[in-house]
Design a protein around this ligand. Sequence first.
Ligand SMILES: *Cc1c(COP(=O)(O)O)cnc(C)c1O
Length: 394
Amino acid sequence: MSAKAEMFSLLSGPVLPLKPIPFNRPSVMGNEFEYMSKAVEEMHISGDGGYTRACHRKLQTLIGAPKVLLTTSCTAALEMSALLLDLQPGDEVILPSFTFVSTVNAFALRGVTPVFADIRPDTLNLDERILPRLVTERTRVIVPVHYAGVACEMDAILKIASENGIAVVEDNAHGLFGTYKGRNLGTFGCLATQSFHETKNLTCGEGGALVINDLQYADRAEILREKGTNRAAFFRGAVDKYTWVDIGSSYLPSDILAAYLLGQLEEAERIQRERRRIWEGYWRGLASWAVSAGVRLPVIPGHCLQPYHMFYLLMPTAELRDGMLAHLKERGIHSVFHYVPLHLSPQGRKFGGREGDCPVTEDISARLLRLPFFNQLGSEDQERVVEAVIEFEG
Ligand SMILES: *Cc1c(COP(=O)(O)O)cnc(C)c1O
């Protein structure tokens, strides 16, 4: 580590010329604290209290979905999806190799065999053009992940899914408020999953939601989420006692977390405005440099609205990516790479993953880096990031 980098790795003090710029920093945007203390005062801090119900209503309206259930994470919502679809060992799920581990774990836990798809070089989304080669008799689910909240080619994906009787579950962890041809992401699959992890646009620390677009899954989703009991129906007065009726687990978050999330949901418009400012600031600052440096910036097709989840650079080579990461780190700027290909991970290899299976994923994953991106990234700090990027000599 250089002397400069060492200095930045220490806690910031008055001697430091520049304070470190983190990759992510969670922010309190509105009534989060007030709602959390109210939840505590009202003595309802377990799941499914008033704040959870308020989040359900708000999310249903924002997404335009008939039913939304808060979960402890997007991971939990993905696990619920795999349970709801009654998947069996030997079934196959098609998903991109370029995604977070939870996308695949939820299905692998049920004994389902993952089939890793490569991505499109432009949007870095599951390449719908190779789906016909991957679909088999045993394919039960396709999981499009809307990378950076930019939509997958849903027309083509839904077509091949419906022609083959395959379910679609959207991993919409990045895509809240994104649209495809004017329609909200999260409304295309029979089920979709959202994340409110600290790194996402809206957060409650750890949290998520299951979006239920096909209401045939609604009753069972409530049961799975409540340890396999009909507790939710009991509290609605729909049944006169509550008991164990199915398998299940505990997927509901504390109402304290829902209270935090409601504070964020109420400020969604402002949060999205801030994120748009940041995204456009990077674009303005870096677009002409990128052309001369042979660096590719995010591609947003005309028929997609993006929710400004992240800003990434695709460097010309893996060496330049690693060089840029180190260069920024020396200047106290924390940028990160994203998604080591799942098919080449130790667990992915146990499912037969080999070098060359997903050439675009392998290439992109080595060249991508994400710049600091959070609601309260100020213009001065952003300018420092932009200047540091442009200074890089390679
Ligand atoms: C963040 C993320 C998840 C997991 O979200 P958690 O809420 O942390 O479980 C899943 N898929 C994708 C694509 C993600 O980015």
